[in-house]
Design a protein around this ligand. Sequence first.
Ligand code: ZN
Length: 240
Amino acid sequence: MRALVLSDIHANAAALDSVLEQAGPVDSVWCLGDVVGYGPDPNRVISRLQGLSNLVCLQGNHDAAAIGELGLEGFNLEARTSIEWLRDELSQESYEFLRQLQPRAEISGVTLAHASPRQPVLEYLLDVYSAGENFDHFDGPFCFVGHTHIPVLFQQREYTVSLHMPKVNTTITLDPRCIANPGSVGQPRDRDPRAAFAIYDDQQHTWDYQRVEYDIDAVQKRMRSAGLPERHITRLASGW
Ligand code: ZN
């Protein structure tokens, strides 16, 4: 079974379309949350996801904030502006879609969490210390997370945890135990503006990490005409 693993689409429909095209046929899609927030096309992204077969979709912190399940006090001013715009923009159907999502799931022996297995909504796994503490919070060989927008693998061997940045367009075999992040589709933050994703094969345990270009300029124009914060618009072009 081949699963397309993607995260942090952030209402960027153009980036999602490029990812789906480059990924080609897959058996299922595992979306690790933050479907909305920042980008100009929340309803389009949700209807694209609803059209995918065998979708497992988690709820991220932006998704929870969009429907009022998470307060705005943890977000900076620009993110709040963006979420307030989003709350007005969401259709009833999109609202219902976001409302039934959970921030953590188990599928095919893999734990999926938006942020971390310990704190599935909000914790950032950016270093070996926070990642190391999280290995006690899932049982299987692998856990896939999003939230940081940085493609990374944390590998546990006996009592040590190491961090690896995978090379673009390479397939590696995951060793137990490992926490893997496919990066962000709609708002990468590793200085590579291309949309990020991975394809996981649950028989071979391979992780095929890829990047794909999309029309950033067109998305920026849509964000500007929606009146979204300028910093969120400019950062798309530099991927940070
Ligand atoms: Zn995010």
